[in-house]
Ligand binder design. Structure first.
Ligand code: B16
Ligand code: MG
Length: 226
C-alpha cells in the first residue's frame, strides 16, 4: 500500500497588529480624529470610526473629509493630519505598561516557550513610541510600522515585509488583526489570519477571537485549518 505523506503547515511566527490588538490606542485615534471633525463643523461616532482602523493617516483623513463633504488642498490636508497627530501624540505620551491589553504578556510568554518568533505589523508611524511607552519593544524581533510602508492596509505590504525580515513565508506566519482592512491585507498576502474582536467584522478571517486573554497556543493551532 502506498504511503501518502500528510503535509501540515509549520507555524514559526506570529505577526501582531498593534493598535487594537496589543493596546487600545484605537480609542485615542478616535478622540483625536473626532476633535478634528468637530473643529471642521461635523461629527462622527465610534461605529463610523471602525472604517478608520488599520488605515493610514492620510487615507483616514480622506475618509473623514468625505463624511463632512469637504475637499481640501494637499497642504491643507497635511496641516490637518499634523494637527490630529499632535493631539494623538499627547495621549500616547501618557501611556504606561498598564495599558497593554489583558492576556497579551501571557500569550507572548507562551510563544517564547514554544520557540515561536514574534513581529509587529502596524500602519502607524507612532508604533515605536507606543511600544516604548508600554514597555513592549524588546518582546518583538521585527517591527514593521507606517514609516516602512508605501501602501496602507488592506495592501499586504506591511505583513509581507514582516515575513521577509523574519526570513519566513506567509504560510509560516499567523497575523493577529482587529481591523477589517488588516484581515484583508493578511489574506491577500497568503497569511493565516486571526481576527481579534467581534467576529462579524471579519467574515474572511480563518478564526476570530475576542482578545488574547485566556488564549492557549495549542487550542489556537487546533482551530486553524492548517
Ligand atoms: P498614525 P495599526 C493604525 O495602526 C491604526 O489602526 C489607524 O487607525 C491609524 O490611522 C494608522 O495606524 C496610522 O497611525 O497616524 O499613528 O501613523 O492598527 O495598523 O497598528
Ligand atoms: Mg489595529
Amino acid at each position: 500500500m502506498a504511503i501518502v505523506p500528510i503535509f501540515t503547515a509549520m507555524i514559526r511566527a506570529c505577526i501582531f497588529d498593534l493598535d487594537g490588538v496589543l493596546v487600545d490606542t484605537a480609542h485615542y485615534h478616535f478622540l483625536a480624529w473626532r476633535r478634528l471633525a468637530n473643529q471642521l463643523g461635523f461629527d462622527f461616532d465610534e461605529k463610523a470610526n471602525e472604517a478608520l482602523k488599520g488605515v493610514g493617516r492620510m487615507e483616514s483623513l480622506d475618509i473623514i473629509l468625505g463624511w463632512g463633504g469637504l475637499s481640501k488642498t494637499r497642504p491643507e490636508k497635511e496641516a490637518l493630519a499634523h494637527q490630529k497627530n499632535e493631539w494623538y501624540r499627547a495621549y500616547i505620551r501618557e501611556m504606561t505598561p498598564g495599558e497593554v491589553l489583558p492576556g497579551v504578556a501571557g500569550f507572548l510568554d507562551q510563544l517564547d516557550a514554544q520557540g515561536i518568533r514574534k513581529g509587529i505589523g502596524s500602519s502607524s508611524k507612532n508604533a515605536k513610541t507606543i511600544l516604548r511607552q508600554v514597555g513592549l519593544t524588546d518582546r518583538f524581533e521585527v517591527i514593521v510600522d507606517g514609516t516602512d510602508l508605501q501602501r496602507s492596509k488592506p495592501d499586504p505590504q506591511v505583513f509581507q515585509l514582516g515575513a521577509e525580515r523574519l526570513g519566513l513565508s506567509p504560510r509560516e506566519c499567523i497575523v493577529f488583526e482587529d481591523a477589517a482592512a488588516g484581515i484583508e491585507a493578511a489574506l491577500a498576502g497568503g497569511f493565516w489570519a486571526v481576527g481579534v474582536g467581534d467576529a462579524e467584522i471579519f467574515p474572511g478571517a480563518h478564526i476570530a477571537i475576542p482578545g488574547l486573554e485566556n488564549l492557549h497556543w495549542s487550542a489556537l493551532l487546533e482551530k486553524l485549518p492548517l
